[in-house]
Design a protein around this ligand. Structure first.
Ligand code: RIB
Length: 302
């Protein structure tokens, strides 16, 4: 079983569904409102856990009403919380609008995530004992860099999902073994990604690609009914980390399937599939050629 240390964010997602996003200055009527746990770090931690890894989360919740609930979500999902602290003030919050096509727009207010400014001895031990350190960019970049340096010093692989995209130092990029980016990030970061050994690019319904030191692999998209795309990239990334030890091609197929299944349900963590579900679909997809018109694999015969 892979051991994963996630140093990252945890948010309460305030999710409004509307037929379409409002225009500037416009008021529209929404369809539903839900408060659902999320945050790129927590989403990826739970995705890795549901894919069968042993996972520890290093992060911070606030002292507001959301803090207790967010901690409980990690505990309920059997993610280790020895590295989770409570910091005075508000928790991270994400205001999310999901439209009829399942597309989302998100504003994140970092709250306690922005106060994760240094690692403790416990955090350092967790990172040193892990196979993979998994980071995103919803916490201070200096903390990501500190975690990555410590990981490198202890032969822990560094997997970075540089999202939300922002400029990073060349020194930090040098510590990255595996990067997971979406198409926009791949374009913006093309120069930086050249120096990274393993790069995975997610392409939504068109699947994902892997580029490594020896070979490249493309996995077709998986045709599913899209309800909410929030957190699909996180489901992909966490699932990938959990299965990385099986080799890039198998891990890519696993992660693509996890990401596709994650868009079929509202919410980020709520939509992350479990290993048995992913396994069943991976097995079925293996025996099907892509649709000649869409290029996608289909699970409609399941
Ligand atoms: O990647 C999806 C996540 O982005 C949401 O859960 C939200 O919290 C924001 O961090």
């Amino acid at each position: 079983m892979a051991r994963i240390a996630v140093v990252g964010s945890i948010n309460m997602d305030l999710v409004t569904r509307t037929p379409r996003p409002p225009l500037p200055g416009e008021t529209i009527l929404g369809i539903s409102f839900d408060m659902l746990p999320g945050g790129k770090g927590a989403n990826q931690a739970i995705a890795a856990r549901r894919s069968g890894a042993q996972v520890d989360f290093i992060g911070a919740t606030g002292t507001d009403v959301f803090g207790t609930e967010l901690r409980k979500v990690l505990e309920d999902n059997e993610v280790g919380t020895a590295g989770l602290r409570t910091s005075d003030g508000s928790s991270g919050v994400a205001c999310i609008v999901v439209d009829d096509s399942g597309e989302n727009s998100i504003i994140v207010v970092g709250g306690s995530n922005t106060r994760l400014t240094a690692l403790t001895d416990t955090d350092r031990d967790i990172i040193a004992e892990a196979d993979i350190l998994l980071c995103q960019l919803e916490i201070p970049v200096d903390t990501v860099a500190e975690a990555a340096r410590h990981a490198r010093a202890h032969d822990t692989l560094v997997l970075l999902n540089p999202s939300p995209a922002q400029p990073l130092s060349p020194q930090l990029w040098e510590l990255v073994d595996i990067a997971v980016v979406n198409e926009g990030e791949a374009e913006r970061l093309s120069a930086e990604l050249e120096g990274v050994d393993h790069v995975l690019t997610t392409r939504g319904g068109a699947g994902a690609t892997y580029r490594g030191p020896r070979d490249s692999v493309t996995h077709p998209g998986v045709a599913v009914e899209v309800v909410d795309t929030t957190g699909a990239g996180d489901a992909f990334t966490g699932a990938l980390a959990a299965r990385w030890d099986e080799g890039p091609e198998a891990a890519l197929a696993w992660a693509c399937t996890a990401g596709a299944l994650a868009v079929t349900t509202l919410g980020a963590i709520a939509a992350i599939p479990v290993a048995s579900e992913i396994q069943r679909i991976v097995h079925l997809l293996r025996r099907q050629p892509p649709d000649p018109l869409t290029g996608q694999l289909s699970v409609r015969h399941t």
